[in-house]
Ligand binder design. Structure first.
Ligand code: GDP
Ligand code: MG
Length: 440
């Protein structure tokens, strides 16, 4: 599966350290192949890898993230973009009823999805009517009737002898007025392949009903050919939104990734099972994390957004090494650490701190950080730039201003001094050229 392939690619990356041009190039190529094998359309693969390349090429290594994590974050973001960025819903008509058409190939899940949607709107306390307009198969009418009974939604059935779906329209109209229905879901006929008779029938129905939403139901287990079908439906009838069904199954993911780009129409819902409550709103971000197969991608992204760049980190390390790091730098570090929400990253940057890390209670550490921040805020600009200035009187003033004690101010200055010295020693022994290797 695509997810499996991507996981393999990311896993391989994990052992490869930082983000280099070569790494980016190779990864892009592997992702391209994985997408093609997942039956994503060629155009979409192209725009995906181009988008990804634009994000990654020339991007600086971020400290606090491995190269792999950085790549995953960008793949994820590009995927969200390909999938439509934002959630799309069905807007109800300003003047009821809102008429919704279910269209698609036979077996795609139209009838099931019609009932699922009916349940969805019923849950919003809307008056819903289902219309059995698939006259091609008698079984389809019975199927909808049974589903309607299950969810307690009325189903308008064609009277015996009805041969053309359009003949049903006057009955629907009357029933809607009588029953004051707000949402009308029409289950239309499908074929095994698109043919002109089907398109002609749907065109006529569309003209009669003027539906607010023509939803195309697509079986996610189908590959690229589903995209071709979708294109025909859109060109002939017009598609307002797509529902992917059977996403609970072993989908190749290709159609899901392709359709938004090819059709330029939003995916609105996904079917996650045969049961009628298994319809979910479509969220591009959730789908992207599903495809990528990462559990906690959100956390990773937060990190990616906030961490200091490699350049910033190096500049800081250099300053520290030359004994030029001042308390403003220290404050800046604390603030970026708070953005990350973890102190691991800074600890990782200070040589020798790794062993210390295990001994530290992170909760206590965070409280400590807040206190340190308060103390530095209470210092003047001069004091921050030159901590040696801070004598006894100044320490007292700082303690008062920050709601801490003189002991705590003493401790901060001692720690700061230590960090400075630690860095200096590390640089001397390692040589500044190996600076890079000190970063994760
Ligand atoms: P139609 O011919 O387009 O009306 O398709 P149906 O609604 O009759 O569905 C065809 C088959 O797909 C039925 O067996 C459904 O139970 C099944 N189905 C529909 N949606 C889903 C889904 O989201 N997940 C799974 N696993 N099966 C589905
Ligand atoms: Mg059906």
């Amino acid at each position: 599966s695509l997810t499996g392939r991507l996981e393999g690619i990311f896993k391989k990356l994990t052992g490869r350290g930082g983000l280099t041009e070569q790494l980016v190039g190779e990864t892009l190529e592997e992702i391209r192949v994985a997408l093609l094998e997942a039956d994503v359309s060629l155009d979409v693969v192209k725009s995906f890898t181009e988008g990804l390349s634009a994000r990654l090429v020339g991007q600086a290594q971020k400290s606090g993230l491995t190269g792999a994590q950085q790549v995953i974050a960008e793949v994820y973001q590009e995927m969200v973009h390909i999938l439509g960025d934002h959630r799309a819903t069905i807007a109800l008509a300003s003047k009821p009823p809102t008429i919704i058409f279910m269209m698609g190939l036979q077996g795609s899940g139209k009838t099931t999805t019609a009932a699922k949607l009916a349940l969805h709107f019923k849950g919003q306390n809307r008056r819903v009517l289902l219309v059995a307009s698939d006259l091609a198969r008698l079984a389809a009418i019975d199927q909808l009737k049974v589903l309607g009974e299950q969810i307690g939604v009325p189903v308008l059935l064609p009277p015996d002898g009805t041969t053309r779906p359009s003949d049903l329209y006057p009955l629907v109209k009357r029933r809607v007025i009588e029953g004051m229905y707000e949402v009308v879901i029409v289950d239309t006929a499908g074929r095994l392949t698109v043919d002109s008779a089907l398109m002609g029938e749907l065109k006529e129905l569309r003209r009669l009903y003027s539906p607010k939403e023509c939803l195309l139901v697509v079986d996610a287990m189908q590959g690229q050919e589903a995209v071709g079908v979708a294109k025909t439906f859109d060109a002939e009838i017009g598609v307002d939104g797509v529902v992917f069904t059977k996403l609970d199954g072993d989908t190749r993911g290709g159609a899901v990734l392709s359709i938004r780009q090819v059709l330029k129409k939003p995916i609105k819902f996904v079917g996650m099972g045969e049961k009628l409550d298994r319809l979910e709103a479509f969220f591009p971000d959730r789908m992207a994390s599903r495809i990528i197969g990462m559990g906690d991608i959100q956390t990773l992204l937060e990190k990616a957004k906030n961490v200091v760049s490699q350049d910033e980190a190096e500049a800081l390390a250099r300053k520290m090494g030359k004994n030029k790091m001042d308390l403003d730098d220290f404050l800046q570090q604390i603030q970026s650490m708070k953005k990350i929400g973890s102190i691991d990253d800074l600890m990782g940057m200070i040589p020798g701190a790794a062993s210390l890390k295990a001994k530290i209670d992170m909760g206590v550490m965070e409280a400590e950080l807040k206190r340190v921040e308060a103390m530095i805020f209470s210092m003047t600009k001069k004091e921050r730039a030159n901590p040696d200035l801070i004598d006894g009187n100044r320490r007292k003033r700082i303690a008062q201003g920050s709601g801490t004690s003189v002991q705590q101010v003493n401790q901060l200055l001692r720690q700061f001094d230590q960090a400075r010295r630690m860095m200096k020693t590390a640089l001397k022994t390692k040589g500044s050229r190996s600076l890079r290797s000190m970063f994760p």
